[in-house]
Design a protein around this ligand. Structure first.
Ligand SMILES: Cc1cc2nc3c(=O)[nH]c(=O)nc-3n(C[C@H](O)[C@H](O)[C@H](O)COP(=O)(O)O)c2cc1C
Length: 201
């Protein structure tokens, strides 16, 4: 098992995979890691679809502007936001936070007002707004995957409508990213990163 520090340092975007299947118990552990992520008001808007069948993986690669390596991964996790789940989860989450005294009453009122305002937004605006909650859960998967020797690659270059069409989902589901996953068949060097001096404002 890697330390968090080791996992962060070791992680790379993996775009070449061995064909070995991923044991279901590992996939379960990964979704559990996602489930434990923090989210605004504890709304937990993340939803995941694990795709292993070749036809759907090829369709997903097409939906991602023909990034063909996606179809070569033994599994692809489609990482989504459930918009109505978010709106409902926000209200109950705020109430829970108020009940346990984690946030003050005035903050509860501000959060409830904001949650109400969010409901009038069109879904295409809410999706991107709540996507960062899902992003945190995705990165939990990405880092936990290293404990099982698995590699992943975030895929955000995608056409969400095409992804929805593959699975017959309505506009309530907003795809945040695809995550092809499998045992790495490459060992990429670290990509360049900005120096600490450059990122401190
Ligand atoms: C939000 C996000 C979207 C990304 N989308 C894509 C993508 O569509 N296709 C791809 O090949 N890589 C994608 N990447 C991977 C980045 O290219 C990669 O993280 C970056 O080059 C740094 O390399 P590293 O992950 O190996 O450190 C994405 C990464 C993130 C975090």
């Amino acid at each position: 098992m890697l330390t968090t520090k080791e996992a962060i340092a070791k992680r790379r975007s993996i775009r070449k995979f061995k064909s070995d299947p991923i044991p279901d118990e590992y996939l379960f552990e990964l979704i559990n890691a996602a489930r434990l992520a923090p989210s605004g008001c504890n709304a937990q808007p993340w939803r995941f679809k694990i795709v292993k069948d070749q036809k759907s993986k090829i369709k997903l690669a097409h939906a991602a502007y023909d990034q063909s390596f996606i179809a070569n991964a033994p599994a692809v996790i489609v990482c989504c936001a459930d918009i109505s789940g978010y709106l409902d989860g926000t209200v109950s989450g705020i109430q829970d936070l108020g009940k346990i005294g984690a946030v003050e009453d005035n903050i509860v009122q501000i959060l409830l007002k904001r949650a109400g305002q969010l409901k009038v937004y069109p879904v295409e605006q809410i999706g991107p707004q709540i996507a960062f909650n899902v992003a945190i859960s995705i990165e939990h998967i990405v880092l936990r995957a290293l404990d099982f020797g698995l590699g992943t690659c975030w895929i955000r270059l995608l056409d969400g409508q095409k992804v929805n069409d593959i699975f017959g989902w309505n506009e309530n589901i907003f795809t945040v990213a695809l995550l092809p996953i499998g045992y790495p068949a490459e060992d990429p060097s670290p990509r360049k990163r900005l120096k600490i001096k450059k990122i401190l404002l």
